[in-house]
Design a protein around this ligand. Structure first.
Ligand SMILES: [Mg+2]
Length: 263
């Protein structure tokens, strides 16, 4: 691909860390990018933690990442919901993600909600909660999906993400969720705007061939797929268009930038 890469959007889970540990060489690569003067932002589809809790966890892994450089679907959704003046949210998430919505002045509501928001709720995806989401959407309440990823790599193996549950609600109601996280162009664009760079000047680095790499390439970014996290060879082989490059891990980025033709 004939383009000059001036900045990066970098996925977190599966690229910078996996299963609670930093990817070997990730920290050095981030420092190298800073030294070389490349701007970068983190665009994550993680919806199990608030942004503050993601920052703390990165610090525990000795990853020095400024909170204002992290873009999450929950924070994007909270600002969207505030802009649309929805006050009461039926929130189907887990952990402390509700903090991002409360920080935006929103309140949680079981019935009489103005909007239904579904993220990766993990063990909180109960029949009761899914059924209540179903009833609200069926009654015409707008429906936001924080992400629609099929799976993610947990410490004990590949695990269901929010996508299959969002698809179940779409199937039951005939309504389509409005997607907030990757690969929504609006989500990528917010992070690009904060660097004052155009899509054609940036590369997205991710372990998800579709939401990260294909999503970014559809917007005119370069798409760099890493072989860490949830990467699987058969998913790469089945892609309709090949990534700009496939890197063994984030640690290989400096070598790739010095010599893009060898990847
Ligand atoms: Mg990932």
């Amino acid at each position: 691909m004939n383009m000059t890469i001036r900045g990066f959007l970098i996925d977190l889970d599966g690229v910078v860390y996996t299963g609670g540990n930093a990817i070997p060489g990730a920290q050095e690569t981030l420092r190298w990018l800073s030294r070389e003067g490349y701007p970068f932002r983190f665009v994550s589809n993680t919806t199990r933690r608030s942004k503050a809790s993601i920052s703390r966890r990165l610090a525990e892994m000795h990853l020095d990442i400024r909170p204002e450089h992290i873009f999450t679907p929950a924070v994007a959704a909270a600002s969207l919901i505030r802009m649309r003046n929805y006050r009461r949210i039926f929130l189907l998430t887990t952990g402390d993600v509700h903090l991002d919505f409360e920080a935006a002045g929103r309140v949680r509501s079981w019935d009489g909600a103005d909007v239904v928001v579904v993220g990766d709720a993990g063990n909180d995806f109960t029949y009761k909660a899914m059924n209540q989401a179903f009833r609200l959407i069926q009654a015409g309440v707008p429906f936001l999906a924080l992400e629609k990823d099929r799976s993610w790599m947990d410490t004990d193996g590949l695990s269901l993400s929010a996508g299959p549950f969002v698809a179940a609600l779409e199937y039951a109601t005939g309504s389509t969720a409005e997607l907030v996280g990757k690969p929504s162009p609006v989500f990528f664009q917010t992070a690009l705007d904060s660097m004052e760079l155009a899509a054609g000047e940036c590369a997205m680095i991710g372990d998800d061939a579709y939401t990260d790499v294909r999503g970014a390439m559809n917007m005119g970014m370069a798409g760099l797929l890493v072989e860490t996290g949830k990467f699987r060879q058969d998913i790469l082989s089945g892609m309709p268009d090949v990534p700009t490059a496939v890197l063994h891990s984030l640690a290989d980025l400096p070598a790739y930038l010095k010599n893009p033709d060898n990847s």
